[in-house]
Every structure is written in structure tokens, then in C-alpha cells.
Design a protein around this ligand. Sequence first.
Ligand SMILES: *[C@@H]1O[C@H](CO)[C@@H](O)[C@H](O)[C@H]1NC(C)=O
Ligand SMILES: *[C@@H]1O[C@H](CO)[C@@H](O)[C@H](O)[C@H]1NC(C)=O
Ligand SMILES: *[C@@H]1O[C@H](CO)[C@@H](O)[C@H](O)[C@H]1NC(C)=O
Ligand SMILES: *[C@@H]1O[C@H](CO)[C@@H](O)[C@H](O)[C@H]1NC(C)=O
Ligand SMILES: *[C@@H]1O[C@H](CO)[C@@H](O)[C@H](O)[C@H]1NC(C)=O
Length: 245
Amino acid sequence: MAPRWLWLNVLGALAVAGVRESLLNVCMNAKHQKDKPGPEDALHSQCSPWKNNSCCSVNTSHAAHEEQSYLYNFSWSHCGNMSGKCKKHFIQDTCLYECSPNLGPWINVVDVSWRKERILNVPLCKEDCDQWWEDCKADMTCKENWHKGWNWTTGTNRCPLGSMCEPWPLVFPEPKDLCEKIWSNSYQYTPFQRGSGRCIQMWFDPKEGNPNAEVAKYYSRAGRGGAARLPLALLLPALLVLRTV
Ligand SMILES: *[C@@H]1O[C@H](CO)[C@@H](O)[C@H](O)[C@H]1NC(C)=O
Ligand SMILES: *[C@@H]1O[C@H](CO)[C@@H](O)[C@H](O)[C@H]1NC(C)=O
Ligand SMILES: *[C@@H]1O[C@H](CO)[C@@H](O)[C@H](O)[C@H]1NC(C)=O
Ligand SMILES: *[C@@H]1O[C@H](CO)[C@@H](O)[C@H](O)[C@H]1NC(C)=O
Ligand SMILES: *[C@@H]1O[C@H](CO)[C@@H](O)[C@H](O)[C@H]1NC(C)=O
């Protein structure tokens, strides 16, 4: 009995240690992210908090602020012009997606032409989601899921036939609807608050460091949220260890 447990413990420890590192300080393999995070002194405006250590290039940081930029040809203003106060959250959302090196625990493999990896269920801090919804609630939109179903015939996304531009709260009744549905569950709405170390902040003051590094570390431990994507063969021994300590 004893040698078997010992063996499992060793395996588990290796799995835990290896996994933890590989989920930290990484860039997702998507469309514009760099291969590896690193300093980018000149990141633009709202993306600048990531300049110490970033997955986005300077060019990407500029494009993140533009309507219908070359990044995705995506127009936020598909039901009239989006208000400035709403748009700033979409810019920040783009900066986080393109620049953050702390999304490792939520990176998932996808099989689509334009990217190999996506993020799934990133636990967004409650206030960041609530404020996003609050600042957009006077805007209009025609769709709940902004990832798919657009009419792209003009080269940019337009509302598909049969959809109507409606006030924001009719499409997204609650902040949770916005954050979870808009990008096909890239984000998860959480009860966790900014500074708790349990949720990812879309907004942060770089003077105090990047708070998301700690959060990624927390979730990269086996058995927590991020473990879902681990191969079972690695995860099982890790769980056995956790049960025996
Ligand atoms: C960034 O943009 C500039 C100006 O458009 C261009 O000359 C340069 O090649 C771009 N750099 C990268 C790395 O794409
Ligand atoms: C954006 O549109 C331009 C011009 O229509 C096209 O050349 C480019 O490939 C498009 N980019 C993306 C990301 O779809
Ligand atoms: C929308 O914004 C564009 C560019 O800022 C401006 O030229 C246009 O007049 C605006 N349209 C409306 C309906 O406000
Ligand atoms: C897409 O837009 C084009 C041009 O505006 C229109 O002719 C077509 O019917 C639209 N198709 C759908 C499915 O919305
Ligand atoms: C960037 O690095 C400086 C110097 O090491 C540090 O004071 C600052 O907190 C860091 N900021 C972030 C966002 O990591």
C-alpha cells in the first residue's frame, strides 16, 4: 500500500507543480497576441496598465481603441453610435483580452479558423461588470451574443435581418447577462470584489502592480476553476494528494 500512495503523491506533486507554472505568465494563441509576454513601454492609453508585462504589441494597443479596427473589423456602433462612457468598457475589455498575461487558467483550445485558443469563464470582478452594464444601459444593441450571427456582407458587423435595435436592458436585463453572454461565456459573473484576489480586474491602477497575477496563481492550483482543462490523467493523482494531506 505505502509505496503506491507514495508514487501517487510524487506524480501528483509533479502534476501540480508543472501545471501551475504553465498556466502563469502566458499569452493565448489567438489572433494578435505575442508569443510570450514582455515589456511594452509605449502601450496606448487604456492598455497602458499592462506595459510592464504584456501580450499585446504597441500597434494592437492603439487598434484596441479604434472603432472597426483592423484587429477584427468589429463595430461597437451597430445600433447608432455607442456612447463614449459605454465604449470605454469595450476598449478595456479589448485591452484585457489582447494584453493580459494572466488569463492562463481560463485558456481553452478551440477549433476555428481565426484562433487556436480562447478564454472561457474568466471570473470577472463584480464591480467591473456592474459598472460596464451601468455605463451602457442607455445604449442600444440588437444582439445578446456579439461573437456570432452578424451580417458581415458590408465588411463590418451589421445587425442581421429580423433583429431589432433595442434598449440595452431589454437585451441584457442584468450585468450578469452582459458579461457572460456577450462573448459566449468568456467571462463569468462573480460575487467577488476588486482587490479580493479571487477575481480578474479589467481595470487596475498600475502604480500598485497588476492584481491579476495573484488571481491567476490562485486559480492555477489543481482542483480550482482552472483545473477543468487539465487532462484527467494528470488531475487524478493531484486530487488524490489533496485528499490525503
Ligand atoms: C505597427 O504599425 C506601423 C505603422 O502602421 C507599421 O509600420 C509597423 O510595421 C507595425 N508593426 C507591427 C509589429 O505590426
Ligand atoms: C477587415 O476588412 C478589410 C477590408 O475589407 C480586409 O482586408 C481585412 O481582411 C478585414 N480584417 C479582418 C480581421 O476581418
Ligand atoms: C457617429 O459618430 C461619427 C464619428 O464620430 C459622426 O461622424 C456621426 O455624425 C455620428 N452619428 C450620429 C448619428 O451621431
Ligand atoms: C445582409 O446584408 C445585406 C446587405 O445589407 C442584405 O442584402 C442581406 O439580406 C443581409 N442578410 C442577412 C441574413 O441579414
Ligand atoms: C511595473 O514595474 C514597476 C517597477 O518594477 C512597479 O513599481 C510597478 O508596480 C509595476 N506595475 C505593474 C502594473 O506591474
